[in-house]
Design a binder for this molecule. Structure first.
Ligand SMILES: *Cc1c(COP(=O)(O)O)cnc(C)c1O
Length: 441
């Protein structure tokens, strides 16, 4: 292994021999990135600053961010209120174990969350990432039934095209094709998959959408612990937007057949779809709710699994009487403090004007993409805009185009999509939609 000295990109010209490499080159040789090959990675861009809705690259190019760093940075980058919360907490204490200890940032966060979420959710488990919050939700559901003397109720049902994270239990309920289940056959739990709902948000609900799921409930309810789904918007499993009536029917089926409903709002939570939580489009409340991503405004990793009093009591009755889960960084005070600042910004309710304005603009400006021969579909809900292409896009090539246009958009497969920070201006948003149009023209 050579002794590397990593230098800044601006020194690229100065050091060119094998031992002195710039950041991009070192990265390419040694660092894994999400969903890529280590040996033949896609090109990477080095960010040296982020402010408002703009990312600054080492090359000095400034890009308008269309991704909110994967649904998270909803208030924009380098936000004074979030910075201040982080600074204040770091001066007090950054972390203490949560076993046997509590603290103001965690108490404040859980109070605020309980005031925001749909009715009936009473207990909060603080997890350290979205995937872990899904693990916790699934574990709760299975333990709940085991503690009722019904251990055979252990399988999880999920619509296809779902995405719930990359850890093993979460992966087992992701879309079996996108989630590459064949690769992990024999290791992944065999869950039950229903066809993905087809009725679009704005269409009249078709009963055909729910029939296959009704059939599954009828046949398998005695072995089913929970139904897990992303309410109204399926994210990384296909960026699909479906009719809220489907969600309403899911709630009814769960009630009728004694199956818990887990709503994964890690992507949709905190205003993104035009409601504070996507569940509200259907006026339902889940038994278990997963939150993450935007909870800290994109500052650091934190997630939460909330459940009803009934689920909490059920999980903790009889033997073993406890819930055996406790991440080292559970309730991290620094993350909780920033989350409290992020939620206080959300609770100022500017999103209630911002999201409909973004939605309207996305609808009018992305519409013309539908006429392009390379485009199969355009769909918009809240501050989410999706252009689905006929064939998968060349990510490296299209990304180069986007960077040249001064925008940051990261497509995958056939999906060119944006979910910008809520604070984006109309001109900035136009640059994003224009870049998508010109990329696909
Ligand atoms: C991102 C995401 C997850 C996983 O969250 P991580 O923090 O990446 O582990 C789970 N479910 C949904 C719906 C997501 O969008």
């Amino acid at each position: 292994m050579p002794q590397y000295r990593v230098v800044n990109s601006d020194q690229l010209q100065t050091f060119t021999n094998g031992y002195f490499v710039n950041n991009i080159e070192f990265d390419k040789q040694h660092i894994w990135h999400p969903y890529t090959s280590a040996v033949n990675p896609l090109p990477c861009y080095e960010v040296v600053g982020a402010e408002g809705v703009e990312l600054t690259l080492a090359s000095s190019e400034v890009l308008i961010d269309g991704m909110s760093s994967w649904w998270a940075a909803i208030h924009g980058y380098n936000h004074p209120v979030l910075n201040d919360a982080a600074h204040k907490q770091i001066e007090a204490f950054s972390h203490v174990m949560f076993g046997g200890i509590t603290h103001q940032p965690a108490v404040d966060l859980c109070k605020t969350l309980l005031n925001m979420v749909p009715a009936g959710l009473e207990r909060v488990f603080l997890a350290d990432s979205g995937s872990v919050s899904v693990e916790v939700a699934i574990k709760m559901a299975i333990q709940y039934w085991a503690c009722q003397g019904r251990p055979e109720k252990s399988r999880i049902v999920s619509p296809r095209n779902g995405y719930h994270g990359d850890t093993f239990a979460a992966m087992s309920v992701c879309d079996p094709v996108n989630g590459m289940h064949s690769l992990f056959e024999g290791v992944l739990n065999k869950q039950i998959f229903a066809p993905a709902p087809q009725t679009r948000f704005e269409q009249t609900f078709s009963e055909d959408d729910i029939l296959p799921l009704e059939d599954i409930f009828e046949k398998h309810h005695h072995t089913m612990a929970a139904l897990i789904l992303e309410p109204v918007v399926q994210g990384a499993g296909g960026m699909r937007i479906y009719h809220p009536e489907y969600l309403k029917r899911c709630r009814q089926l769960c009630d009728t057949y004694d199956v818990l409903l887990i709503c994964d709002e890690i992507a949709t939570g905190f205003g993104r779809t035009g409601k504070l939580f996507a569940c509200e489009h259907a006026g339902i409340s889940p038994d278990i709710l997963c939150l993450g991503k935007a909870i800290t405004g994109g500052y650091m990793t934190l997630a939460a699994t909330l459940c009803t009093e009934d689920v909490a009591l059920g999980v903790c009755q009889g033997e073993p009487g406890v819930f055996m889960h406790g991440p080292t960084y559970m309730g991290n005070p620094l993350a909780c403090a920033v989350a409290n600042a992020s939620l206080s910004l959300i609770n100022e309710n500017h999103w209630q004007q911002q999201i409909p304005a973004i939605e309207k603009q996305l609808q009018s400006e992305l519409e013309k993409c539908a006429d392009l021969p390379r485009v199969a579909d355009v769909r918009v809900l809240g501050a989410i805009g999706v252009v689905e292409t006929v064939n998968p896009v060349n990510v490296a090539e299209i990304q180069r185009h986007f960077v040249k246009q001064g925008v940051w958009i990261r497509p995958f497969g056939k999906l060119v999509y944006i979910m910008p920070p809520y604070v984006i201006s109309a001109e900035q948003l136009s640059k994003l939609t224009h870049a998508i149009y010109t990329a696909l023209k």
